[in-house]
Write a protein that binds this ligand. Structure first.
Ligand SMILES: Cc1ncc(COP(=O)(O)O)c(C=O)c1O
Length: 322
């Protein structure tokens, strides 16, 4: 099994790090959408499966289960397909329709929850369904991206090391947060090499990760309706919250300024950087890196669809007035 998994290791990691023109900072973007299946999430999917196979926890007869409506589910489904083992993603009605089709093509079975949880989202209902499946299916394994230390390890050893090795000095890293795996691993690895680097966690308004009130969110990949356990490992200096309408602005700006066709969290970080540095003056231009965790194509019906954008802007203005 390990040989089969290792054979696709070449398609994971070593993603491009590009230097971008910027008026005030020395800006770099790490293009994680160059990974297999188009997102950063294949890094933890690969690492978690590899270490579970090595420890004997996952065998040819195991059923892998995960709560994911997005990139992590797609990555796991692909790797499990390659390994010839069963995978059951637990999804919810907010899933992007093309992701649902893809998961249904790649997975053994798909479980879709319909009831909202007490926060108004679906995450807690999905986790409940995962627990039911784990109880009912013998030899099942929950990859548990929100709590598995190998989510942290994947990013400490992979993405974090790639960034640390590239730079001689680094002043800021802007990292979008959902399960918290990326920021945990990347922040710890960067702080090891650059103790003074400022780690800025980027989150969506309406996410509860950093103790702010819940609000309905429409853009996947960033934010969460629970506080992930894995976040305990992160070293965070500041948190920057971005409204979803501004995420959309950030996505379009990133495309117009640099021809980077990024997903929601890429635009969120880019918007945060513009706001964060707009009134700051430095003697020496600071070195700043941010991540582009996935590309824009999965958002063709949402962020890059003018009707959808109009709808979100109207919903947002109603919320601001009320
Ligand atoms: C597009 C995108 N950006 C950012 C993240 C956040 O990464 P993490 O879950 O490691 O916090 C995710 C996670 O699913 C994602 O899909």
């Amino acid at each position: 099994m390990i040989e089969k998994l290792s054979s696709i290791g070449n398609f994971i990691g070593r993603t491009p790090l590009v230097h971008l023109e910027h008026p005030t900072v020395d800006l770099y973007a790490k293009l994680e959408f160059h990974n297999l299946m188009g997102s950063v999430k294949v890094r933890p999917a690969y690492y978690i499966l590899k270490s579970a196979i090595e420890s004997g926890r996952v065998t040819q007869d195991t059923t892998v289960i995960e709560s994911s409506s997005g990139n992590f589910g797609i990555a796991l489904a692909t790797l499990c397909k390659r390994l010839g083992i069963k995978f059951i993603p637990v999804i919810d009605p907010n899933i992007n329709p093309s992701y649902e089709n893809l998961l249904r093509s790649l997975s053994y079975r798909v479980e879709k929850v319909e009831e909202r949880d007490k926060t108004g989202g679906f995450l807690l209902t999905r986790v409940q369904r995962v627990n039911d499946l784990l109880r009912d299916i013998p030899n099942s394994f929950w990859t548990n991206q929100y709590g598995n230390i190998d989510n942290f390890n994947a990013h400490y050893k992979g993405l974090g090391t790639e960034l640390a090795e590239h730079f001689d000095e680094l002043d800021y890293a802007f990292v979008g947060v959902s399960s918290g795996g990326t920021i945990s691993g990347v922040s710890r690895r960067l702080k090891d090499k650059f103790p003074n680097v400022r780690i800025v966690a980027v989150d969506s308004v309406g996410s509860v990760i950093f103790g702010t009130p819940p609000k309905k969110r429409y853009i996947p990949g960033i934010g969460s309706s629970m506080v992930p356990d894995i976040l305990r490992e992160a070293v965070i200096d500041e948190v920057f919250h971005v409204e979803e309408v501004d995420t959309i602005t950030g996505c379009y700006q990133l495309f117009e300024d640099h021809c980077i066709f990024g997903g929601g969290s890429s635009g969120t970080s880019y918007y945060a950087i513009q706001q964060y540095f707009k009134d700051k003056i430095f003697e020496k231009r600071p070195k700043v890196v941010f991540l582009c965790p996935d590309g824009g194509t999965p958002y063709a019906d949402t962020v890059y669809n003018q009707d959808w954008v109009q709808d979100i802007r109207e919903k947002n203005s109603v919320q601001i007035q009320s």
